[in-house]
Design a protein around this ligand. Structure first.
Ligand SMILES: [Zn+2]
Length: 142
């Protein structure tokens, strides 16, 4: 799969996983939260309030579908969904699997985690991309 890169703002996904209805899912390489992903709207828009109803629905359905696949692929206790846009304005969701047993502050936002965001081993990245992609494909069949 080719990397997603916005022609307007150059926002780019490093480890693409799947193209969904109106967005592209990619792994965000963060060993604190294995399976953490970004879901990027395919077209360049900068504010959630600008989404027309059809696009709003489709983007949220993509986020929900991705979250279900992440939950299945990672066995995380919960998936956090966040739309911030502070550093990168191109509309995207952060999808963050939470692992309370391994976290110091599991009831706080993932941005409160004091661990350094080190990268996953390459082999783990390959396995996660394969598992998440497989879970998305399986969900499509049912
Ligand atoms: Zn953009």
């Amino acid at each position: 799969m080719t990397r997603f890169k916005c022609q307007v703002c150059d926002f780019e996904l490093w480890e693409p996983i799947a193209e969904l209805a109106v967005s592209t899912l990619g792994l965000y390489n963060d060993a604190r939260f294995p399976g953490r992903c970004l879901l990027v709207l395919n077209q360049h828009l900068e504010d959630f309030s600008l989404l027309e109803p059809d696009l709003l629905l489709a983007f949220n359905l993509d986020a929900q579908r991705s979250g279900k696949a992440l939950a299945e692929a990672t066995s995380a206790r919960r998936i956090n969904y966040a739309v911030l846009g502070n550093a990168q304005t191109h509309l995207h969701f952060h999808l963050i699997p939470r692992y309370p047993e391994a976290e110091q502050f599991p009831k706080k936002s993932p941005w409160s985690d004091p661990r350094l965001p080190i990268r996953l081993d390459d082999e783990v990245v390959i396995q996660l991309v394969k598992k998440i992609s497989g879970a998305l494909t399986e969900a499509q069949k049912t």
